[in-house]
Ligand binder design. Structure first.
Ligand SMILES: [Zn+2]
Length: 255
């Protein structure tokens, strides 16, 4: 029985995600921005929460953990966090660990940069990448705790995943990301196609997620900082990819 994934809005622009293993009944929430919409989604489906897979310590990703754990007695999996900002953790996940959700397997990739503790969860059999605030559709997370080379390395780890994997990211930021990306690459055909799709989806009040990783590799300028054409657009011919990435990130911060 194939896994089922549900996507729904939380807070102002976060995504809530449930992944359900029909064979065992196990259900994981990827992060817990707030309890209410997650409980509603579970009740709508008749599912019981067994696990929360936390990607990083920011409040808009862990705000609902305590209430959900009280209600369901679920297991909380979270990255190693030296500052112990994440409470109620049952299992600490490090790079390469495989976390079981029923019969589903989530591979842990450490993807620091946005925060130092940030991890992404890869369900290889389901071809699903939960990248939270590391990789957005047509964008990437702000670099709060790490540095640009660290974030670029994290993006390379995600870019190495197969093209037919689907990206489930932490926020509905795609329209703003598209606007910025077009300012750098107005003639990128994959980006222009994605821009039209995003306009259509948002006009219908539909989420722009998931997106195909193969499409992101073509349309997302933050995944192509090592493309000489991108360096040339920024007048940075011959510069190191991490520096090109840093320039892109700085420009986006100011946009
Ligand atoms: Zn965050």
């Amino acid at each position: 029985m194939a896994a089922e994934i549900r996507t729904f809005p939380c807070l102002s622009d976060n995504f809530g995600y449930l992944i359900h293993d029909g064979a065992t009944g196990a259900t994981a929430s990827i992060d817990a921005p707030e309890a209410g919409p997650i409980i509603q989604a579970l009740e709508r489906e008749g599912w019981k929460l067994t696990d929360i897979l936390v990607t990083h310590h920011h409040g808009d990703h862990v705000g609902g953990v305590a209430e959900l754990k009280r209600k369901y007695g679920c297991r909380v999996v979270a990255p190693h966090d030296k500052t112990a900002k994440i409470a109620d953790v049952d299992l600490r996940a490090a790079n390469g660990d495989v976390v079981k959700v029923g019969n589903l397997l989530a591979r842990v990739l450490e993807t620091p940069g946005h925060t130092l503790d940030h991890v992404s969860y890869v369900f290889d059999a389901e071809k699903a990448l939960f990248a939270a605030d590391t990789l957005f559709s047509i964008g990437c997370g702000r670099v709060f705790e790490g540095n640009h080379p660290m974030m670029w390395e994290s993006l390379l780890k995600l870019r190495a995943l197969p093209d037919d994997f689907r990206l489930y990211c932490g926020h509905e930021y795609t329209a703003a990301n598209v606007k910025f990306a077009l300012s750098v690459e107005p003639d990128n055909p994959a980006l222009k196609a994605r821009a039209e799709e995003v306009t259509r989806l948002r006009a219908d009040n539909k989420p722009t997620i998931p997106s195909l990783l193969g499409e992101e590799k073509k349309a997302n300028v933050f995944l192509r900082a090592d493309d000489p054409a991108v360096a040339a657009r920024l007048h940075m011919k011959g510069a190191a990819a991490a520096d090109v990435f840093g320039e892109l990130r700085e420009r986006k911060n100011k946009s």
